[in-house]
Design a protein around this ligand. Structure first.
Ligand SMILES: [Zn+2]
Length: 216
């Protein structure tokens, strides 16, 4: 089950056996019939590492819904599951789900516990959807150009002193090696001193390329 539930039709259930008094308590957004089938097939495939196996192994097992829990998130459903586990002395469950008091806390805990998984997923998603993301960004920019410009103007206004201080920092030009003010970079790179050197370098490269071509 993922973090966010799309279905709002959750339920807490008991899995019991006519042969033992132990009970397993679970929650699901599937129907009881669907969830029962899943328990059955997982148990058959020995995939059932969860404690429900204790009850299923005892034979004559059944599943009944004990509370219908309309919910929008897994956290809400787990809160109810936790309540029933804590109030059922013969529950075989090892883990009580979510001890978080609030949904925010639950999300933070989930993020922390699954940081690597989330990072990996995001990286893969970004890679697979690079074109879509790029076009979304472009669309977003086009739709919100006025808002973004206003935000940027506000930022500049609020951080005027910081920006001014940064602008005064001396930068060394990567083309000609002279120093100039940070905010004067564009202006400087259009000056004759700078372009002359760039031109000279470009000419030198062109000349060496010509030399190579003429060698044949
Ligand atoms: Zn320069």
């Amino acid at each position: 089950m993922t973090n966010n539930i799309i279905k709002k039709d959750g339920r807490v259930y008991i899995l019991g056996s006519k042969n033992i008094s132990d009970l397993y308590i679970g929650s699901t957004t599937l129907t009881i019939k669907q969830r029962k089938a899943l328990h059955k097939s997982n148990h058959k495939l020995k995939k059932n590492k969860c404690r429900s196996a204790i009850v299923i192994d005892a034979g004559d097992w059944y599943m009944i819904e004990i509370e219908a829990c309309p919910c929008t998130t897994k956290w809400e459903l787990q809160q109810r599951e936790r309540f029933h586990i804590l109030n059922t002395p013969n529950a075989v469950n090892n883990n009580t789900p979510t001890n978080c008091k609030t949904q925010k806390e639950y999300h933070q805990q989930y993020k922390k516990q699954n940081a690597d998984k989330i990072k990996q997923y995001n990286q893969q998603y970004n890679k697979q959807n690079a074109d879509k993301i790029k076009s979304n960004h472009q669309q977003y920019y086009q739709k919100n150009v006025d808002k973004l410009n206003a935000q940027s103007r506000q930022y500049n206004k609020q951080n005027a002193d910081k920006i001014k201080a940064q602008a005064r920092i001396k930068d060394t030009c990567p083309n000609c090696g002279t120093t100039h003010r940070h905010d004067g970079k564009r202006k400087h790179q259009r000056t004759k001193t700078c372009t002359k050197i760039v031109d000279t370098e470009v000419n030198a490269v062109m000349k060496s390329m010509l030399d190579i071509i003429c060698m044949d």
